[in-house]
Write a protein that binds this ligand. Structure first.
Ligand SMILES: [Zn+2]
Length: 380
């Protein structure tokens, strides 16, 4: 690793701790905004009523926006942009899961670069933006600290995932209490996605001694608490471990990369409308089987950080415990899945995360990986 040069980006300010949602005014003071466009679900708006009343009493005007559904699209972004312009707000506050955060990140950059399209963001130099405060309510995407936003292009029917420094939220507020209401199902799928971020970042060819620190800490933290968070939703310590783990995993992959698990999961999620976390968790064991022989030292360090005998077994057992295959069979038709393997492989090869995989996959390798998934699903 000596001689590898890496440039690493971090969120300038991270406020962390149980109850830290009550420190929103501190975050708002930093960006010096007196009016905020608040992107969140109707449910979260109700849960945080008291906090919003307090902000209003301090003279902050809030424009709430709740008109979006899970897995953000370019259509949803256009709608949010129209509403943001009308609001004339000075800053954006996003509170929610990956959807709210990714939508807000894209909005914060597109709102001041009107001729820019999502597909062009990655190629730009310096970009101005509307200041953004990100508050995650799930422990999964790590989107609050990453330079990537994942948005489905409604016309192209493809997931775009442009990366740019300007997409990193300016202030992050991490409050584990906001994640207590996550259902066991969401906890499982988002938790496994976060674990995949950390593992993929650690075995990526772009891994550096700096991204490694975050990846290993994420693996430790999530490995220690994913069972507890699933079985005891109200366990604040486990929730905090998962939330910090997810953030560390975000810092790891944002400065390294995700790889084949994400590359194969993206087309699966788009074509069959599966949630991101579920499709990544489903693909991850097959990708580990394929690639672990190419990076034995790296996988040994992951195994040690998890405190287990085998990383593959650990993840396979979690997939069984969380009944992911059962879930996916409810959501898609297996014959249709089997028939789409060539298209899925095509899409996977065209996306990100192939070239940085420690073992470079061929079209046949990727086809085999999907085929293995189908065989297992049919055998269940
Ligand atoms: Zn992911």
């Amino acid at each position: 690793m000596i001689g590898l040069v890496s440039t690493n980006y971090f969120s300038p300010r991270i406020i962390h701790g149980a109850g830290s949602i009550n420190n929103l005014d501190e975050a708002i003071e930093v960006i010096q905004a007196t009016s905020l466009f608040v992107l969140l679900s109707a449910r979260t708006k109700k849960v945080l009523e008291k906090q919003f009343e307090q902000l209003a009493s301090k003279g902050v005007s809030l424009h709430f926006y709740t008109d979006f559904q899970s897995e953000p699209t370019t259509d949803q972004l256009d709608r949010a942009l129209g509403n943001f312009k009308q609001s004339e707000a000075q800053g954006i506050l996003a509170i929610g899961g990956g959807t709210a955060l990714d939508l807000a990140k894209a909005l914060s950059v597109i709102a001041v670069n009107k001729t820019l399209t999502l597909g062009d963001i990655a190629q730009q130099g310096h970009l101005g933006k509307i200041p953004l405060i990100a508050v995650p309510t799930t422990a999964g995407t790590g989107s609050e600290v990453t330079k990537v936003t994942v948005i489905t292009d409604t016309k192209l029917k493809r997931k775009l995932n442009p990366g740019h420094l300007a997409l990193i939220p300016d202030i992050v507020l991490l409050d584990p209490e906001l994640t207590l209401s996550m259902s066991p199902k969401i906890t499982a799928e988002t938790g496994l996605d976060a674990l995949a971020h950390a593992i993929e970042a650690y075995v990526s060819t772009l891994a550096s001694p700096i991204s490694d620190v975050f990846a290993l800490e994420a693996i430790r933290s999530i490995g220690k608490s994913i069972h507890t968070a699933y079985h005891e939703p109200q366990n604040l310590q486990a929730r905090d471990d998962m939330l910090r783990g997810s953030m560390f995993a975000g810092l790891a992959f944002s400065n390294s990369s995700t790889n084949l698990a994400h590359a194969t999961a993206r087309p699966l999620g788009t074509r069959f409308s599966l949630p991101h976390g579920l499709s990544v968790a489903l693909m991850h064991p097959y990708v580990i089987s394929f690639g672990q022989g190419a990076a034995p030292d790296r996988y040994a360090a992951i195994t040690e950080a998890l405190g287990v005998e085998s990383v593959l077994e650990f993840i396979e057992e979690l997939n069984v415990l969380f009944e992911l295959k059962k879930e996916v069979k409810k959501q898609l038709n297996l014959e249709e899945l089997k028939a789409s393997i060539p298209l899925l492989a095509e899409d996977a090869l065209a996306g990100n995360g192939i070239a940085t995989n420690r073992k470079l996959p061929t079209r046949k390798d990727i086809t085999d990986i999907y085929q293995n998934l189908v065989t297992d699903l049919m055998g269940e």
